[in-house]
Design a protein around this ligand. Structure first.
Ligand SMILES: [Fe+2]
Length: 566
């Protein structure tokens, strides 16, 4: 049985195909369209998923879209009426897009999937998040918490899941949103909403939460159960294109930071304060969810679950014994989530929980891949010099190059599902060199200097280097570093790192590469950052991968079994 899931029209459009409930293809549209965070109807992603699955639209049994457009439209209209006459410009910008396109998503799907005759369903937005969180987990039953900006009306929800039934029993509603609270600070501190939230998280490490009380006394009323009420006198996202208003600026005594202006101490302190408020709200939520559900397992989804610092606090200070966060907890991930909802909850097909290895592999490595033959043919046609090495020699050579201070592209196998490169579309470098962060920024990434790079580590060594006793296969946990002097390039200013644990059974080639580096240096860690030029999505084709050494100062790229020098 084939099920297609689609997420689009807001952020990170994507598509996924499930065969008998198992993800066999999933990818974000941006990887093909080359428009970062592309929100358009994911035609190319759908076409690729069908091709990868070896089927045409008529073989699809059913299709799910990740939310209910009509309900979302109702919320938009309701909101514009409530805030009128403010919001006119926003109304004139947004509503035509809905009337001409977004409301007719069912027609768009039917138009694109010629000869498809099955059912199309529209689960609620937070149900899609919940399904992705639960059905990628190893749990037969769990409490569910979803937190994001907003779905149709809901901004956070909780409930329980058991076997193939998910019940979301409680929610918080628009405009009172934990995600939008954090996005408001993202905007105020000079970053793009829906994109710069992780920059705010990175910035927060440089500050002290001096404005915590000011925020709690003026901006947000937080109840003991974690429910919140935003003081809308300070926020403008209900009627404007910007998130905060003059009153918000007056409260902090500064104007919103311009994107290209220098961040100063006050910005760091505001970031630290907003981060701490977010963490405290989430902790209250998980405590309440635990009390109400009595469960030992928690599945946490929605875009706020991308906040690795908060995730670590939930893990350390929260009441749940086990926590699962899916590889792509944001809206992009909901292409898989809505398809899982359709297959399990709607159609009531039997759920088989795969063992950890199979489950994690199938949660991550489900994107496009390009064979050695394709890579060779690209290199030959373009008369590019390369060396072909057998696997052991390739691993040893690459590890040696990294030890010698080179920055190396590592392009292998299937592209990862979700926002992170997890060892197949990665740029790797030596974490022992304190200057490597600056070198990486100078040569390739050109990122804000305050942003840290992430480490990947052999799974069995994780608790030796980091204060963790669980695996972090999706790089969604920020934990204290135990040996910062050994890996200065990946240790953030507050002594933490967003780590990825790499297991032999899940990605043997990448595991073996780290092992070769370990043999030479005694350090089982590499820097792992995504393979993309600034402002562009992660690379897909061999040509895009090769362009990394053309467009940037990356020293080498390893593509399949081929190694190419700049
Ligand atoms: Fe969402």
């Amino acid at each position: 049985m084939y099920t297609l899931g689609i997420s689009c029209y807001y952020h990170d459009s994507s598509a996924a195909v499930l065969k008998d409930g198992k993800v066999i293809a999933a990818v974000e549209e941006e990887r093909f369209s080359r428009k970062k965070f592309d929100d358009d109807f994911p035609k190319q992603a759908i076409n690729w998923c069908l091709k990868e699955s070896g089927i045409s639209p008529k073989n699809l049994d059913s299709v799910a879209f990740y939310d209910k457009p009509l309900l979302k439209f109702e919320r938009l209209l309701d909101n514009y009426i409530a805030v009128a006459p403010r919001g006119l410009y926003s109304f004139l910008d947004v509503i035509p897009k809905w009337i001409h396109k977004r409301l007719w998503v069912k027609d768009e799907i039917s138009k694109h999937l010629k000869d498809f005759n099955g059912e199309i369903i529209f689960p609620e937005h937070h149900m899609s998040h919940a399904a992705h969180a639960f059905f990628t987990s190893p749990f037969d039953e769990a409490a569910i918490l979803t937190v994001d900006g907003v779905g149709e009306w809901t901004t956070a929800s909780f409930g329980t899941a058991h076997d193939t039934t998910i019940k979301l029993t409680n929610d918080i509603r628009w405009p009172h949103s934990v995600g939008l609270f954090y996005s408001a600070f993202t905007y105020f501190l000079g970053f793009k909403v829906n994109e710069g939230e992780y920059k705010l998280m990175g910035l927060s490490a440089y500050g002290k939460p001096k404005y915590y009380d000011l925020i709690m006394e003026n901006l947000v009323d937080v109840k003991n159960d974690g429910s919140i009420h935003l003081n809308m006198k300070y926020f403008s996202f209900t009627y404007d294109k910007v998130m905060t208003n003059q009153k918000f600026s007056d409260l902090f005594g500064i104007l919103p930071r311009k994107e290209d202006s220098k961040a100063e101490q006050i910005h760091y302190d505001i970031a630290a304060s907003a981060q701490l408020v977010l963490e405290d709200i989430l902790l209250k939520m998980v405590n309440h969810v635990h009390k109400k559900t009595g469960m030992t397992n928690l599945c946490f989804g929605g875009g706020v679950a991308l906040n690795g610092v908060a995730n670590y606090r939930i893990l350390k200070d929260g009441p749940f014994e086990n926590i699962h966060i899916p590889p792509s907890p944001g809206d992009g991930g909901s292409a898989v989530g809505c398809a899982q909802y359709l297959y399990y909850c709607h159609d009531k097909n039997k759920r088989m929980i795969e063992d950890n290895v199979e489950r994690i592999k199938n949660n991550i490595f489900v994107g496009p891949s390009h064979s050695n033959d394709e890579i060779k043919s690209f290199l030959d046609i373009n008369k590019i010099d390369y060396k072909l090495l057998e696997t052991n020699s390739l691993l040893q050579t690459t590890a040696k190059l990294i030890v010698e201070g080179n920055v190396v592209g590592w392009y292998q196998g299937k592209m990862e599902w979700g926002p992170r490169a997890l060892g197949n579309r990665s740029i790797i470098a030596d974490p022992r060199n304190a200057k490597m962060k600056d070198i990486l920024n100078e040569k390739i990434k050109h990122r804000e200097s305050f942003r840290p790079f992430a480490p990947c580590i052999l799974e069995e060594c994780a608790s030796e280097y980091f204060d963790v006793d669980v695996s972090s296969p999706y790089m969604l946990l920020v934990a204290p570093v135990k040996k910062p002097e050994k890996i200065p390039a990946v240790t953030h200013v507050d002594g933490t790192a967003r780590l990825q644990t790499v297991s032999k059974d899940i990605n043997l080639l990448f595991y073996n590469l780290i092992t070769e580096f370990y043999k030479i240096t005694g350090v089982p860690v590499l820097i792992n950052t995504s393979m993309n030029v600034r402002g562009e999505p992660i690379v897909d084709t061999p040509e895009q991968a090769y362009n990394m050494i053309v467009k940037t100062d990356m020293d080498y790229i390893v593509m399949g079994d081929y190694i190419i020098k700049k």
